[in-house]
Design a protein. Sequence first.
Length: 244
Amino acid sequence: MIRVEQLYKSFGVDAETVEAVRDVSFEVAGGEVFGLLGPNGAGKTTTLRIIMGLLDPSAGYAEVDGFRTDQDALQVKSRIGLVSASSGVYQWLTVREMLLFFADMYGVEVETAVQTLDQLADVFELSKFIDQRCSGLSTGQCQRVNLVRALMHDPPVLLLDEPTRGLDVIGTRVVFDYLIYLRQQKKAVILSTHRLDEAERLCDRFALLDEGAIRYRGTLGELQAETGQQTLVDMFQQLVDSKG
């Protein structure tokens, strides 16, 4: 469903070249949650932007549902749902109006959009505030709206960029339940986060990025066998120590 092949991305900064992504390759199947992990500046967000077709790679390519970003970026974008900690809501629209608006932007037929919204509102418990203006929503309610927004066009691929940042325990639990739902729907999911303890609970496989390159890739068991460490935190600490 998602394929990233020998991805490179360089930027010119103050007459110097910075390699933000270096030879990154991985695949994600439907029904799988893939953790793209690393500290700030590791290359996670740059990789996601290339997958979404928002950045052109310096070399390599990304493919989503059979479409390459360097050949058909519009088709790629139509097949991706994005959940980001920085996503906002339209203050003067009701929840229903906002979600139907996003469905319309993706070209979803009105009848289909209404049916999809009814289903998702039930699954994610929006019914009590679906006709309320977004300006009056709590942080947790806004979060639920943004989770549903990413599904209104029924994309096969979901990208979650730091989805639990700034959330309390209850809000984080909602994200966990969301990922269970995505697995059940056979969506291919990339979860990008620096919260490694959460990633251990949420992801099926992992890619550990450092300075733009994948240092380790595999299931938790495979990474434990390769590194001799039991937790993702300890694996990254070993990486840091090895550079010291």
